[in-house]
Design a protein around this ligand. Sequence first.
Ligand code: F6R
Length: 364
Amino acid sequence: GKGGHRHFMLKEIYEQPAVIGDSLRTFLDPARGTIEMKEMPFDPGRLTRMLIVACGTSAYAGMVAKYWIEQLARLPVDVDVASEFRYRDTPLTAGEVAVFISQSGETADTLAAMRHARAGGVVTIAVVNVPESSMAREADLVLRTKAGPEIGVASTKAFTCQLVTLVCLAISLGRARGTIDTARDQKLTQAIAEVPSRVADVLNNDGRMRSIAESLVHVTGVLYVGRGTAFPIALEGALKFKEISYIHAEAYAAGELKHGPIALIDDGLPVVALAPSGPLFDKTASNIEEIVARRGRVILITDEAGAARLSDLVAEVVVLPTVDPVVAPLLYALPVQLLAYHTAVLKGTDVDQPRNLAKSVTVE
Ligand code: F6R
């Protein structure tokens, strides 16, 4: 059942603190306070790049992982959507490693991409939620997310469980490659261990997201912006918004605004800006100032320090807990899910089964 919630999607959004914790426990050793990944079927120290391939929301989890793996493990990462990867005829090197991310483990393009990579001698890692799926059976290494069954067509808890699994992969790779020192490792592990409680805190903003959604029901479009790992979260926010509310939404890396999309800005296009404190905050803040100067209505999602800096400028501020910038995407994923959900409910769409979509895309 829906556990007292009106829709499976809302139930699944609310399950996130628990299932992120379950997914994390596979890797987090509470006694030793470390993140351990079982034997990797390759030598992390010898890798020169990693491939990540997936579709849709899972591909956005892969984009976040690119930032993490490059930063923490100093390993270049190429991220591709599976439908492009499998047909692009890209050169593959035997012994290199590719990660395939899929909730269902059955997505036709991702499965075909995995088989294509394997045939080229690539070591395959599957990050999957369905343990008996084709991808789980065929991969060289399976990293299981513990989201449990996801019924709502729009992915929510599977996404954040993928993220927490991928940050553990990034840290494990970094440790194996000697690119994270012990102090940073401990601090990060601590920050990750606290994610389930911080995510529970984020859910306290639900009422706020609902009231902001009231201002979005009649708009013709929404723009999402962010930098760093907040950029793929912006992409995911826009995807969630369009797929269940049927209102056009798109996302840009905030630094790209002046290369075109800023022409769209006026008081009729709400802009959701994702701006956690961290090394990129000032850069995003100046983009927000540019949007406001053009009469753009900014819905800012940030933390206390960010709110102190920008709340006079923007139309709405949503204040999330202050966390290590590395784990911020795990928190910022939730308000964009809630915004899409409440807007869709207010519009009266079929939230759990949006038109034209299927839960598992087993044909290309
Ligand atoms: C969006 C959504 C889809 C899936 C995509 C991949 O909310 O659910 O974009 O993420 O179809 O599905 P999996 O992860 O099962 O391969």
